[in-house]
Design a protein around this ligand. Sequence first.
Ligand code: GAP
Length: 485
Amino acid sequence: MSNLDNLDKIVSLAKARGFIFQSSEIYGGLSAVYDYGPLGVELKRNIRDAWWKEMTRRHDNIVGIDAAIFMHPKVWEASGHVGGFNDPMIDDKQSKKRYRADMIIEQHIEKLRKDEKHEEANAIQEKLDSCGSRKSLTEDLYEIIIENEIRAPESGAFDWTEVRQFNLMFKTQFGSTSTEEDGVYLRPETAQGIFVNYKNVLDTARVTVPFGIAQTGKAFRNEVVARQFVFRMREFEQMEMQYFVKPGTDEAEYEKWLEKRLEWHKMMGIREENLRTAPHPEDKLAHYARAAADIQYKYPIGWQEVEGIHNRTDFDLNQHAEFSGKKMDYYDQKNQERFTPYVIETSVGLDRLTLMVLCDAYREEEVDGDTRTVLKMNPKLAPTQVGIFPLIKKDKLQDLAHKIEEDLREEFSILYDESGSIGKRYRRQDEAGTPFCITVDFDGVESEGEDTVTIRYRDDMSQERIPVSNIANVIRDGMKSWKPE
Ligand code: GAP
């Protein structure tokens, strides 16, 4: 089991080893925005590449696109984000902190249940479930908070503003003059870039329903509760795939994709016991969804969504048809019928995936009275796959180490390191998650016959001597046969 009980250890390791830094750190940082350092960018790229390969190359009916971040403002009216992408927020006047009103109530209910006050908890839950049916949503939420004297979690004060809707989209201006009409949004999801290109793909890519369009790219949300490292950010990266299917086949396709996506996380080496699926209750579905489920990971902050699978029906295509005046239907030549496809969406956050890989890999182990911190991640995802060390700084050893480095560089990501004791170099690579280290020593270059080196395996720290000509094969085998512990 991972011995990670909070995010702090990951946050400090990520900073110390160059995985993830706070954005604009020298100016005091920018809240919920992060930069990826040299190791982080490689890890993230490897995860993105693995997803892309899985979703496009392994399917002959899924193609990729790369749509722009800026889109016509009408897109967001059609998608429902202008009208509906809101969170009901309430401010604690004393601490000036802002909270999601429904979450404050849910936390209160949870506390009542812990205190065995089930009747009271049930009564509030019932009122929460029917919010919006008495007055407006915001007024109903406010009433519950006031009636039950729910206090601010941090300050303990009972000094609230009204509940207000807060749109999560960032707005900016196009052109040199700023009129209301020039307003454009930073996209809050990549999915809409796929919907508006559905016809273009259909007309150019020789695809027939069922087919998919995949895309990776940045998305932006003005998250209010954003204090969980790269779990919830204001600028993040999504990897989404919209699968266009014939209505009536949507439910089976939804189940299939949910299962396929869960399997992929396991294939990436995430331990099974830390993954689960959680269907959304019908009354909590997003405005566009007929069915939805999270794939959740057991983060140190609890079970949380890493990926969402949604049956979006024909909602988006119909909306874009209505708002753009362009046809979005599909003609099935084989069966000579016309319909608007339903869409099954798989949507995963790359930053949450990166955090999941780090958390799942993190171990602290006792070794010879010392604590070894090691990232036991899938070697295919590791930022550095092979460390190459001459035992000491002597020409003979350095020359061979450099030659091995040259030979392996094309195929693997390599780090050459000759500073510090060999033990320290191993530990540095353990913390970076490097699965294989090659040490060149005098025994290997001075014995009769072919030169040999020592290969050291990250996970169990075992070592073996192998001929130089066999290094690439041994690493390839090690990568293929790797399993999470
Ligand atoms: N197109 C559907 C959609 O955007 P979502 O559940 O809002 O659905 C999908 O987001 C995924 O994007 C989430 O499962 C999560 O991994 C990631 N995500 C969403 N908001 C995020 C944020 N503020 N920071 C980091 N990742 C986020």
